[in-house]
Design a protein around this ligand. Structure first.
Ligand code: HEC
Ligand code: HEC
Length: 236
C-alpha cells in the first residue's frame, strides 16, 4: 500500500513533465507583454468613445453618452455622423471632431473596446470574425494609417491624446503581431483609463472589494445599455 503510494509520486511528476513538454512553447517576448500597452491606448477615451458597448458614441474623458441622444439609430432619421463631423479637424474648442468617414463600427460587428479586459480585448482583436475580417497584418495596417485612428493624436483643442505616442503604440502592436497575436492571461476587471497624463498603469488596480476610488471620473461609466430607442426623431 505505502509502496504503491511512493510509486505514484514519480508517476505524477512524469505525467506533469510530459504534459509540459507537449504544450506549445509559450512565446517569450522581451519585456512586458505588448498588449498591455496596446490595451491602454485602445481603452483611452479618444479610441474607446467610438468603440462603446452600447449604441451611443461616448464623449469627453469621462466617456459619457453623446449629447443630443445621438446613436447608431440616427441613420433612421436621415442623418449621419458626417452631418456634423466634417472631414477635417477644426482648430477651436468644442467643434465636432473631424476626420474622413466619421462613423461607428457596424451594428453586427461592434468591435467593442469599452469594458474589455486585456485578455478579452486581445482575443477579440486577433479574431477575424470579430475584427472586421482582418489578418493581424491588416490590423497593424489599420492602426498605422486609418484616419479615425490618426485623429486620436490630433483631436483638436481641449481633448487629451492617448497615453502613448502613435509611434510607440504602433511599435507595441508590431511586437504583438510578431508574436502571432498571442494573448496574455489577464482577467483583471476593466478599469477605464484615467485622463491624461497617465502616471501609473491602470491595470494595477485590484479586483475592487468596494467602490472604486473616487479620484477618477471612472465612476460614471455609462450604462451598458444606452437607450437606443429614444433617439432624436425630432432632429432636423
Ligand atoms: C448634431 C451634430 C452631431 C452629430 C449628428 C454627431 N455628433 Fe458627435 N459630436 C458633435 C459635437 C458638437 C461634438 C463635440 C462636443 C464637445 O467637444 O463639446 C461631438 C463629439 C463626438 C465625439 C467625442 C470625441 C471625444 O473623444 O470626446 C465622438 C466620439 C462623436 N462625437 C461621435 C459621433 C458619432 C459616431 C456620430 C454618429 C453616430 C456622431 N458623433 C454624430 C456633434 C454631433
Ligand atoms: C469616429 C469613430 C472612431 C474613432 C475615434 C476610433 N475608431 Fe477605431 N474603428 C472605427 C470604425 C468605424 C472601425 C471599423 C472599421 C471601419 O469601418 O473603418 C474601427 C476599427 C478599429 C480597429 C480594427 C478592428 C477591431 O478589431 O476593433 C482598431 C484596431 C481600431 N479601430 C483602433 C482604434 C484606435 C487605436 C483608436 C484611437 C486612436 C480608434 N480606433 C478610434 C471607428 C473609430
Amino acid at each position: 500500500m505505502s509502496r504503491a503510494r511512493w510509486l505514484a509520486v514519480p508517476a505524477v511528476l512524469l505525467a506533469t513533465w510530459a504534459y509540459a513538454q507537449s504544450a506549445p512553447p509559450p512565446p517569450a517576448p522581451a519585456g512586458p507583454h505588448p498588449f498591455f500597452a496596446v490595451h491602454k491606448v485602445l481603452t483611452s477615451p479618444r479610441c474607446m468613445n467610438c468603440h462603446p458597448q452600447g449604441d451611443a458614441p461616448l464623449q469627453f474623458d469621462q466617456s459619457k453618452p453623446h449629447a443630443m441622444g445621438i446613436s447608431r439609430a440616427i441613420d433612421d432619421v436621415g442623418m449621419s455622423c458626417a452631418t456634423c463631423h466634417q472631414v477635417v479637424q477644426y482648430d477651436f474648442p468644442h467643434a465636432p471632431p473631424g476626420a474622413p468617414n466619421w462613423h461607428l463600427p457596424p451594428e453586427d460587428m461592434r468591435m467593442v473596446f469599452e469594458g474589455q479586459t486585456v485578455q478579452s480585448l486581445c482575443e477579440q482583436l486577433r479574431d477575424p470574425a470579430k475584427n472586421g475580417g482582418k489578418t493581424l497584418d491588416e490590423v497593424l495596417h489599420h492602426v498605422s494609417h486609418d484616419p479615425l485612428v490618426l485623429w486620436g493624436w490630433n483631436p483638436g483643442p481641449g481633448r487629451t491624446t492617448p497615453p502613448l505616442s502613435h509611434d510607440t503604440f504602433v511599435g507595441e502592436m508590431k511586437r504583438w503581431v510578431d508574436m502571432q497575436g498571442a494573448c496574455p492571461e489577464d482577467t483583471r476587471p476593466f478599469v477605464p483609463a484615467p485622463p491624461m497624463p497617465i502616471a501609473a498603469p491602470a491595470a494595477e488596480t485590484p479586483a475592487a472589494t468596494d467602490a472604486p476610488a473616487t479620484d477618477t471620473p471612472a465612476a460614471d461609466t455609462p450604462a451598458t445599455d444606452t437607450p437606443a430607442t429614444d433617439t432624436p426623431a425630432a432632429q432636423p
